[in-house]
Design a protein around this ligand. Structure first.
Ligand SMILES: Cc1cc2nc3c(=O)[nH]c(=O)nc-3n(C[C@H](O)[C@H](O)[C@H](O)COP(=O)(O)OP(=O)(O)OC[C@H]3O[C@@H](n4cnc5c(N)ncnc54)[C@H](O)[C@@H]3O)c2cc1C
Ligand SMILES: C=CC1=C(C)c2cc3[nH]c(cc4nc(cc5[nH]c(cc1n2)c(C)c5CCC(=O)O)C(CCC(=O)O)=C4C)c(C)c3C=C
Length: 478
């Protein structure tokens, strides 16, 4: 019988194995990965010295989850590989939205709160006043959409032009469906407990709004990030350095085997043991199984044996994003910045564009006169704008059409690459927190030898996924 079997060698699965082997020095782990590589959605392609990111590209160093990632990066000896964007860099300061045919810079300092900045019809401090003084309204089921909360507390323009594009830039989703608890858990709790936010400030005190007192691991790298005021960071050879660093660590450890091209096709769970059936019909018996797969995939694997658990897991949806990487052989006349997001109200297939060559200036000198862009399309609206059969050509033509309108970029790139990332990002829709509690309760009550980690449950960002793996090791099961 094998020790612990981990399903999936994305960031979640690899991180779980790392923390597990550190915590239990005598145990062994087998990681089963369906594809031919580790890393899941984290994929960086090197092309003539340029780094092309097919999925994520930046990590936030802040808060407990950020500090935990920095500790991991240091433990994996990857600190020297970091490229950071400091908070005074144009890519940290200039984040834009595309509204009514124009790009607008989002407010980025206190002073800008007092100026009227389009597309907003009044200075932002007025929305803040509304937030502080508007009376609360009891919300049934203790959850609502983030759009409805922000509309209620700040006003519709903040919901349309700040929160809706933000949700597109974090989960490619519709703020009208995503739970307020996804990003504003503690604000929502305070809103429900107090008559107004002003009362919450007075009664709970200002400090309760921040994350002061959090016991963060203050690694040397954390101190460096704080001193140099990093806004976000990545690695010289791209974000994939992180899962590759974990793979290297695990291989050195010798108590872990990573088996590629092995898809888990069937899973049988009993009280103290599990049977994993693979694509080649071989079987592995394990004392514990850890799933880092998307919830619906593990849902389908357990459905036959535990239909209630299968249904609960299957109720966490995902959306598909088309990612188009473009390289131009000149410096395009675009405003320096991270890029822009398109609010869903604009009804466009484009979710946003990232100005890669502005963000991470670690490309070799000969590429100084080049521009690298990443266009992301579809998300929650993928089926509205594309067919499952939409080919690269159709996606590229749509991309070129909108880049011409929005950025006035009419020339064709010297390199273009389209990837459709099927079901790549989970949607924490209203009721998500309750659903995850039910899932964990089911696993505990039935004493199943199963742990769940990865982006489907406690946060979709890189930091969240790493922390979810660490917490899963501590929890034992569920
Ligand atoms: C377009 C995009 C942009 C993003 N940008 C950012 C960003 O800038 N910053 C940030 O913090 N986060 C970002 N994210 C989120 C982040 O990339 C993900 O949350 C994270 O990579 C998910 O890791 P995971 O291990 O949970 O899942 P996955 O990466 O999905 O890993 C799961 C693994 O399981 C394997 N698998 C599936 N089925 C089976 C099976 N039956 N048997 C065996 N193996 C199986 C898969 O092949 C995969 O390797 C982005 C995500 C996307 C899609
Ligand atoms: C400005 C353009 C952006 C586009 C287009 C975009 C697409 C996109 N992003 C995700 C998932 C995540 N992005 C995250 C961070 C992040 N994304 C952008 C901008 C765009 N994203 C920025 C500026 C940042 C950094 C955030 C910061 O506060 O500095 C994250 C991590 C969030 C976290 O909590 O750490 C995720 C997850 C998807 C799926 C996507 C596809 C359209």
């Amino acid at each position: 019988m094998s020790g612990t079997v981990v399903l999936g060698a994305g960031l979640g699965g690899l991180s779980f194995a790392h923390y597990y082997l550190k915590r239990f020095p005598k145990e062994t782990v087998t990681i089963l990965e369906a594809s031919e590589r580790v890393g899941g959605w984290m994929r960086s392609i090197k092309k003539n010295g340029l780094i092309i990111e097919k999925g994520p590209r930046s990590i936030r160093p802040r808060g407990l989850p950020g500090a935990n990632t920095l500790q991991l990066v240091q433990d994996l000896a990857l600190s020297e590989q970091i490229v950071a964007i400091p908070s005074n860099h144009p890519a940290a300061l200039n984040r834009m939205i595309y509204v009514n045919g124009e790009l607008h810079r989002l407010p980025n300092n206190v002073m800008s709160l007092f100026k009227k900045q389009p597309p907003f019809s009044q200075p932002l401090y007025k929305y803040l006043l509304n937030f502080l003084t508007s009376a609360t309204k009891p919300i049934p089921e203790n959850d609502e959409s983030i759009y409805s909360f922000v509309n209620r507390k700040f006003g519709i323009e903040v919901a349309d032009y700040l929160i809706s594009p933000l949700i597109c830039g974090i989960c490619a989703g519709d703020a009208k469906e995503i739970s307020v608890r996804f990003l504003m858990d503690s604000l929502f709790e305070k809103d429900q407990r107090h008559g107004t936010m002003l009362q919450a400030f007075v009664i709970d005190g200002l400090s309760s709004f921040g994350k002061k007192g959090e016991d963060v691991p203050k690694s040397d790298l954390y101190q460096k990030a704080a001193k140099e005021k990093w806004s976000i960071f990545s690695f010289k050879d791209g974000i994939e350095v992180l899962p590759q660093g974990l793979e290297r660590w695990l291989k050195k450890e010798q108590r872990c085997s990573i088996v590629l091209n092995k898809q888990c096709k069937q899973l049988e769970l009993s009280k103290n043991a599990a049977k994993v059936t693979l694509s080649d019909k071989s079987e592995i018996r394990a004392k514990h199984v850890v799933s880092s797969l998307p919830a619906s995939k593990i849902g389908n694997l357990v459905k036959k044996q535990y239909p209630i658990l299968g249904d609960l897991l299957n109720s966490i949806p995902t959306v598909t994003v088309a990612v188009v990487n473009l390289e131009y052989d000149k410096k395009l006349p675009i405003k320096p910045g991270f890029g822009f997001l398109v609010p869903p109200k604009e009804n466009l297939p484009i979710l946003g564009v990232i100005f890669d060559s502005c963000c991470f200036e670690h490309y070799p000198n000969e590429f100084e006169n080049r521009t690298l862009l990443t266009v992301m399309l579809g998300g929650r609206w993928y089926d509205k704008y594309f067919d499952r059969s939409s080919g690269d050509e159709e996606i590229l033509n749509i991309t070129f059409k909108h880049l011409a309108t929005i950025l006035n970029v009419k020339e064709r790139p010297v390199f273009a690459d389209v990837s459709v990332l099927e079901n790549c990002i989970p949607q924490y829709i209203v009721g998500h927190v309750k659903q995850v509690k039910e899932i964990r309760k089911f696993v505990h009550e039935h004493d199943l030898p199963l742990s769940l980690c990865g982006s489907s449950y406690d946060g979709v960002g890189i930091n969240d996924v790493i922390l979810s793996a660490k917490n899963a090791v501590e929890r034992g099961s569920g």
